[in-house]
Design a protein around this ligand. Structure first.
Ligand SMILES: NC(=O)c1ccc[n+]([C@@H]2O[C@H](COP(=O)([O-])OP(=O)(O)OC[C@H]3O[C@@H](n4cnc5c(N)ncnc54)[C@H](OP(=O)(O)O)[C@@H]3O)[C@@H](O)[C@H]2O)c1
Length: 275
């Protein structure tokens, strides 16, 4: 299989844990040529070692063999950044695109660790990336050129959709909406199940009903070109049961102001954490 032209010809992934590993599988499944790929993960487990052997990419080669790749993707934990900084500085050259998924680490934080590099991208993926149904918010430094933008999109499409924002400061809002968002949806399932129990259902049945409802509604949303408001209106007969519930949820003090407060709190916390 020939690889998508936008993907880099030489790529180093530093940190192939949950998120980095999901990206790696997405790239390999999407036809990235293993010949130009190297993965650095000091305690590589059996799965990663087997993946390297079956696809033929290099795993933990000497850094000197890897200097100045077209793209360097950082998939380590934010608290590992300082320990990894000498390797990052050794790898990233003036033409290397550095893509970071490290929560809370700013483009300025990255610039300080890779003094030779100029093009930096800060990305915020979310948990459904693990099933390649994530959405990643992305901001770029001024030096990122159109080809590097296309490269970033191609790389991040390995784990789902990509949403560019013009201003790095908006990454905190992305974090508050899509980064933390899956947990809000899980909580919605919990609330719906509890409400079902309060309405008289056996607990197990209420949990199954709530869970499958959110799964099914999510899948419908995924497959449908319609706006969520239209999907909602389509199942709401005037004077019916859904309308009765929505009157409560859409009241002045209902879900909209509650969600605004929740997102504002997450955004505020993201701002504090990225200092
Ligand atoms: N999971 C999410 O939902 C999510 C969402 C948004 C953003 N993120 C971001 O994604 C990043 C990765 O998170 P994760 O959940 O995938 O973490 P993870 O599973 O712990 O993966 C990090 C990997 O990096 C390896 N590593 C440590 N030091 C290294 C070094 N110097 N060089 C190369 N590899 C090194 C770790 O190995 P050891 O285990 O041996 O230390 C581990 O395999 C984080 O920065 C996080 O902020 C995650």
């Amino acid at each position: 299989m020939s690889q998508t032209p936008a993907l880099p010809r030489t790529l180093v992934l530093m940190g192939a844990g949950k998120m980095g590993g999901a990206m790696l599988e997405g790239w390999l499944g999407g036809g990235l040529s293993a010949g130009g790929l190297a993965v650095l993960d000091p305690n590589a487990g059996e799965d990663l070692t087997a993946l390297a052997a079956s696809h033929g990419f290099r795993l933990n080669p000497p850094l000197a063999d890897l200097a100045r790749p077209e793209a360097l993707v950082l998939g380590i934990k934010p608290q590992m950044l300082d320990a990894a900084a000498p390797s990052i500085a050794a790898l990233a050259g003036p033409d290397t695109l550095v893509v970071s998924i490290l929560a809370g680490k700013t483009i300025a934080d990255l610039e300080a660790r890779a003094p030779s590099a100029r093009a930096f991208v800060r990305a915020m993926p979310n948990l459904p990336a693990s099933v390649r149904r994530g959405i990643t918010g992305v901001a770029a430094s001024a030096a990122v050129n159109p080809a590097q933008r296309a490269m970033t999109t191609a790389l991040l499409e390995g784990i789902g959709l990509v949403e560019w924002v013009d201003d790095e400061a908006l990454i905190d809002a992305v974090t508050a909406v899509s980064g933390s968002g899956p947990a809000y949806v899980f909580h919605l399932v919990e609330c719906l199940a509890e409400a079902g129990i309060a309405a008289g259902l056996p607990a197990d049945a209420a949990r199954r009903l709530a869970r499958a409802t959110v799964e099914g509604a999510g899948e419908l949303l995924h497959r449908s070109p319609l706006e969520p408001a239209t999907l909602r209106q389509n199942v709401t007969s005037p004077g019916g049961t859904t309308a009765a519930a929505l009157e409560v949820l859409m009241a002045e003090n209902g879900m909209k102001p509650l969600m605004k407060r929740a997102v504002a709190a997450a955004r505020q916390r993201a701002q504090e954490l990225s200092g």
